[in-house]
Design a protein around this ligand. Structure first.
Ligand code: PEP
Ligand code: MN
Length: 264
């Protein structure tokens, strides 16, 4: 059966983010891996706004490989995001790991993030689809493009078309970098799918110095935006510090993206 997400006759799915719109403007998501304390979040958000970031990202609930690693500020993290949203009028995206957290997160979350580890969580996908808010669907790190698009279909079949695919790197034999950012998938999705796709060069590489080149390569491959882990003091980030960039580098990426955007 033909997937709804690939039915190009219906046209590309139009998702507005503030005054911007996918397929017309590049959309920038940035912020720390995990929600940090309120004062740090204030400083980060005010800098991000200044350099033209559209959506603040930050995980309140963190899916960590080790259960002994920092698991996020959880409900307190949501409260901090709410306070930031109220103060800065910023669009907020955060990852929801568990269907039981969906309801309580709905006031603060404008864009629900479904993480790589949860791409196959079909119950979560369906529940997120029922809420009608935009969903970032990260590619499972061992998922084929076909499985990823089928995961998107689980959301769309609930009547929610506002799905933003996110290529965040896959696991390969290569161990030099944390993941292998599969830009083939970006070009493929751009050609065959109705949904916008963004690139996450932070998880895609795991290496701070590689984020800028791979972000720009993602745009050239056809990405409609970028999601980048950014902090005012990257080395002090409470998770994923090694791949977190500073504001200056993010600013350079945004400027360069806007320059090359018209050629894509
Ligand atoms: C994240 O965005 O911080 C994250 C956990 O990403 P992923 O699900 O791609 O690993
Ligand atoms: Mn992270």
């Amino acid at each position: 059966m033909k997937l709804k997400v690939m039915d190009l006759e219906k046209g590309k799915v139009n998702i507005e983010i503030g005054k911007k719109e996918f397929f017309r403007d590049p959309i920038f998501f940035a912020g720390p891996c995990s929600v940090e304390d309120y004062e740090t979040m204030r400083k980060i958000t005010s800098s991000l706004k200044e350099i033209g970031v559209d959506v603040l990202r930050g995980g309140a609930y963190k899916p960590r490989t080790s259960p002994y690693d920092f698991q996020g500020l959880k409900d307190d993290g949501l409260k901090i995001l709410q306070a930031i949203k109220d103060e800065f009028n910023m669009v907020i995206s955060t990852e929801i790991l568990d269907v039981r957290d969906l309801e309580k997160a709905m006031d603060v979350v404008d864009i629900i993030q479904i993480g790589s580890r949860n791409m196959y969580n079909y119950v979560l996908l369906e529940e997120a689809g029922k809420l009608g808010k935009p969903v970032i669907l990260k590619r499972g790190f061992s998922a084929t493009v076909f499985e990823w698009l089928n995961a998107a279909e689980y959301i769309m079949k609930e009547g929610n078309e506002k799905i933003i695919l996110c290529e965040r790197g896959i696991r390969t034999f290569e161990t030099t970098t944390r993941n292998t950012l599969d830009l083939n998938s970006v070009a493929y999705v751009r050609e065959h799918c109705r949904l916008p796709v963004i690139v996450d060069p932070s998880h895609g590489t795991g290496v701070r110095s590689l984020v800028k080149p791979m972000a720009l390569a993602g745009i050239m491959a056809g990405a409609g935006g970028l999601i980048i882990e950014t902090h005012i003091e990257p080395k002090k980030a409470s998770s994923d510090a090694a791949q977190t960039i500073d504001m200056e580098t993010l600013k350079e990426i945004i400027i360069k993206t806007n320059e090359i955007w018209r050629y894509v």
